[in-house]
Write a protein that binds this ligand. Sequence first.
Ligand code: SF4
Length: 228
Amino acid sequence: MLKELIDQFYLENQKNKEQTRFYITDAGKCSRAVFFRFKNAPREPVQARIMRIFEHGENIHRNIFNILYRLRLGVTTEIPIPSQEIISGRADAILCINNENYVLDIKSMNSMIFRNLAQPKEENVYQIQLYMHYFDIKKGILLYIDKDQQEIKEFFVEYDEPLVKSLLDKFYGLKVEIEANKIPARLADYPRNWQCSYCAFKDICKTANGDEISWEDFKKKIEEFSKT
Ligand code: SF4
């Protein structure tokens, strides 16, 4: 009884707004999935359990912020990137250690993933590179927290201008496809790519073919499909 009420609370608080700008967390993500979010295409609802996991991650962030303030590291937390036309995002923190500024990005994960983490995840490197770019800070720290055991790993990241340029070029290219209503092709390793397993659009992605297709045509197809 109570479990159902709690789950219902989470499910009723889901907001599937139409996206109008890229998020920094879209860097390295499947272009087709990002396209579908911009068009507010039909998606699987996020399970209440997954929403509680996200919420737990946010609480871990807050605990770390609290420690950083107490360490007096010249901390500013949850800072939006300067306003510009294409991407929005919020860095976890900017710190000053030994007179050097760093962008900090915190990630939490379960013990199994944490134990096997020898390098920062590629998509996390992309995100912190973009934060460094927009804040004009040349160094970053990716801090990974084991949610189960509370162990910590850190990785230092140097600003990589060519990488940032390629990430921004990809965003501008996808913006053109979104405006032209062209659904990007599936990921080359669909459906084995890990993103496909967690993708909220996997049902509609399956009904489209793998190549680039027209959104207008595909929208009619999924509208007819939903009536049957
Ligand atoms: S199922 Fe895979 S290829 Fe299709 S939209 Fe999702 S992530 Fe992209």
